[in-house]
Structures are given as structure tokens and as C-alpha cells.
Write a protein that binds this ligand. Structure first.
Ligand code: PLP
Length: 405
């Protein structure tokens, strides 16, 4: 008769076999038992036919990976602890000393920082290309170019590039192209089927996604994914991912699995509210430019329309404004501080609306031709009632006007 401690570990209770519930079980493990030494030698984690170690996958992570493949239209998926870790994993797996990576000038900022510091230290060079000029991208590709990053819409300024042409340029040059698909979330367009019905499909090679944003939907989970549609490419990424020791916690994977079924409804609600507020902002005299790809005047609108159509759920939940240059940074700060429902904070995709003023000049190689001068503020629209969000923006603008007195 075993003692209580042992009994509690080797507990006789077994849950009903085949327990079927909407939410899959949450499996936590570092160790996984093998039935025999032979099995230990033979089990191969790489093709997912067996479990060998928690870091290499559990039923929970495999389930999430499968759902993310479905979401993005890919065939293989890796999970990493953040969106930025997804970018880093792709860079490390694809580049070696002497190689060059091309990055759009409006890319997610920390991706540029990775190139400027770590990649540079490892002898990997980078160039920034103009996301709105596909010829500029084409001209910068050389035999050294081993990876091109794409992003649609661009971070903070939300220009929509000619994504199809950019992919065609990369394919023609035989360079791997990786898309940061966080904005599109697998819903605004299909990264592995950019022109629906085209055979062979016009597809990016790699789609990374900050699951931190819309898939999590709560502002409470950090996670990223790397989705591919080519087994060889996936295996290169997977082995690098394994050697780097990247993995995600079961509870975080569970949060994602719980949030994914409502992703489309949330994304569409963010989208609809954001269009209302962006159109309202266009009518306001304080702003010299409103950036949102579904607005006809926003840079790259025609590109957006070509890839995303004009349906609800095709434009995410972000818009930016550029204040007239009569307003200085301090006044714009007053506006941001005066907001009550829009909280000051990074990230997006959760229920709470967020605002961030950006110093765009410090983020770009040069001030983009298609942007008016002035201070830029980006809004992430949450799930609050849109009329109340608009009223909040209006009252904060009144505070701004008072500062001019
Ligand atoms: C937030 C974000 C990331 C990084 O995601 P984290 O999980 O915060 O590291 C990458 N790309 C884009 C476009 C993002 O908005």
C-alpha cells in the first residue's frame, strides 16, 4: 500500500475517456514518459507523430498550432513567446554572416532595432526600402539579399503597400519573403493566397503574427506564431526554434484557444468602430491627415482595396491622425492625457481603446513623402460603444483648444 503522497501522484482516478467538451484539455509538461527505452530512441518529435518533451510540443500546443494554420491558410506553425520573438526566429533561421535583409521603412520598430544591433553585430547587413515604391524594393535586392520583410498595413502610419507586386518581386529574385501579418490577423486577407483562385497561389513564404494582439484579444497574453506552407522551410525554422529553446506556456496557449473562436466577431467590431471614428476624424479641423487604409485619401488605399476588398472585417482597428503643425508636441500630449476611455499604452487588439503619440521623425529614414508634417497620434479602437469613444475624443480636443487660449 503506497503512502498518501505517492497515492496522490499515482492517483487511481482517471477522467472519462474521450471526454468531449468545447475547450480542449490543458496539458502541462516538461517531462513526457516513454513506454520503453526503445520508444525513447525511436520517437521523433519533428513530424508530430509522438511527444518527447514539453518544449517540443504538447497536445495543447499542437491543437493551437493547427488552428493557427487554419487561420492563416498555412500548413505548419511554430509558437514563440511574443510577436517579436517570431520576427527574431525567422531572422536567425534565415540569415548568416554576409547576408542582407530588407525591411520596409514603416516596419514594426523593434524589428528594425533587431537589425540595427544584433544582426549587425553578427555581420548581417540590412537596408530599409520605401514600402510605397515597389521599384525601390526591387532595386535593393542583390545576391546578398536572403530575406525580405513585408508588412501590410505599415506600423503606426498604416500605409498599405502593393503587397502582390512586392511578393512577385521577391519570387522573381528567389528571395524568401516574410510577412508581419499582425494587422491582417489572417482575416483581412489570406497571406498564402493573395489573389484568390490564382494557380499557383501568390503567397508569402512566411507569415508571422503577434498573437498578443487580436488573437489574444485581452491585452493579457504575449505570444507569436510563425506559419509556413512549405515543409522544408518550416523544418529549417523549426530546428532553429528548437535549438533556441523557444516555447510557450500551456495556460497562455489555453487563453489563445479560448479567444480564437470569437476572433472574427471581435475583429469586425474593431473594424466597424474604427471606420466610424476615422471618418469623423477626417471632418475635424485639428487634423491635417487621417491614416486608415479604408479611407480613400489614405496612402495605399487602392492597394488595400485590391487585397482586402471593402468588406467589414477588412481593415483592423487602428487609425492615426497627424495634428496640424500649429499644435506642438506639448499640446498634443495635453490631448492624449485628457482622454478618459482611450488609455495611454502600447499594443492593441484588446477590449480597451488605446492611444500613443509617436515621434515619427525619429522612426523613419526620412519623413515619408505621402505624410503631412505634424505630430502623429495612433489610436487602437477597443470594443467600447463607438459614440462614447467619439465623445471622449471630442472632449479631449476641447482641452487641446483651451491650451491655445
Ligand atoms: C505588437 C507587434 C509585434 C510584436 O508583438 P509582441 O508580442 O508585442 O512582441 C510585431 N509586429 C507588429 C506589427 C506588432 O504590432
Amino acid at each position: 500500500m503506497a503512502d498518501l503522497t505517492t497515492t496522490l501522484i499515482h492517483h487511481p482516478y482517471e477522467p472519462p475517456a474521450g471526454f468531449a467538451a468545447p475547450q480542449p484539455g490543458v496539458f502541462k509538461a516538461s517531462t513526457v514518459f516513454f513506454p520503453s527505452v526503445d520508444a525513447m530512441r525511436q520517437f521523433d518529435w519533428k513530424d508530430k507523430t509522438a511527444y518527447t518533451y514539453g518544449l517540443h510540443g504538447t497536445p495543447t500546443t499542437y491543437t493551437l498550432e493547427e488552428r493557427l494554420c487554419t487561420l492563416e491558410g498555412g500548413r505548419q506553425c511554430l509558437l514563440v513567446p511574443s510577436g517579436l520573438a517570431a520576427i527574431a526566429t525567422v531572422s536567425l533561421a534565415s540569415l548568416k554572416s554576409g547576408d542582407e535583409v530588407l525591411i520596409p521603412d514603416n516596419a514594426y520598430g523593434p524589428s528594425k532595432a533587431l537589425a540595427e544591433v544584433e544582426l549587425k553585430a553578427w555581420g548581417i547587413t540590412h537596408q530599409y526600402f520605401d514600402p510605397m515604391d515597389t521599384m525601390d524594393l526591387a532595386d535593393r535586392i542583390t545576391p546578398k539579399t536572403k530575406l525580405v520583410w513585408l508588412e501590410a498595413a505599415g506600423s503606426v502610419t498604416l500605409e498599405f503597400p502593393d503587397l502582390c507586386e512586392q511578393v512577385r518581386v521577391c519570387k522573381a529574385a528567389g528571395v524568401t519573403c516574410a510577412l508581419d501579418n499582425t494587422w491582417g490577423a489572417g482575416l483581412a486577407f489570406r497571406p498564402f493566397d493573395l489573389v484568390p483562385g490564382k494557380v499557383p497561389a501568390l503567397a508569402v513564404d512566411i507569415s508571422i503574427h503577434a498573437l498578443t494582439k487580436y488573437p489574444s484579444g485581452g491585452g493579457d497574453v504575449l505570444m507569436g506564431s510563425v506559419v509556413t506552407a512549405d515543409e522544408k522551410l518550416h523544418m529549417r525554422l523549426k530546428l532553429c526554434h528548437m535549438r533556441l529553446g523557444l516555447g510557450v506556456g500551456a495556460n497562455d496557449a489555453e487563453s489563445l484557444l479560448r479567444a480564437l473562436p470569437s476572433l472574427f466577431l471581435r475583429y469586425r467590431a474593431h473594424d466597424e468602430a474604427t471606420r466610424v471614428l476615422a471618418r469623423w476624424a477626417e471632418q475635424r479641423s485639428e487634423f491635417v491627415q487621417v491614416l486608415h487604409p479604408a479611407l480613400a485619401a489614405s496612402p495605399g488605399h487602392a492597394n488595400w482595396r485590391a487585397v482586402c476588398g471593402d468588406h467589414a472585417g477588412g481593415a483592423a482597428g487602428l487609425f492615426s491622425v497627424i495634428f496640424k503643425s500649429d499644435y506642438n508636441q506639448a499640446q498634443v500630449d495635453v490631448f492624449c492625457n485628457a482622454l478618459r476611455l482611450f488609455k495611454i499604452g502600447y499594443s492593441w487588439g484588446g477590449p480597451v481603446s488605446l492611444v500613443v503619440p509617436y515621434d515619427l521623425a525619429s522612426m523613419r529614414s526620412s519623413w515619408p513623402k505621402h505624410l503631412q508634417p505634424g505630430t502623429l497620434v495612433r489610436f487602437s479602437v477597443g470594443l467600447e460603444t463607438v459614440a462614447e469613444l467619439q465623445a471622449d475624443l471630442e472632449q479631449a480636443l476641447r482641452c487641446l483648444v483651451q491650451t491655445q487660449g
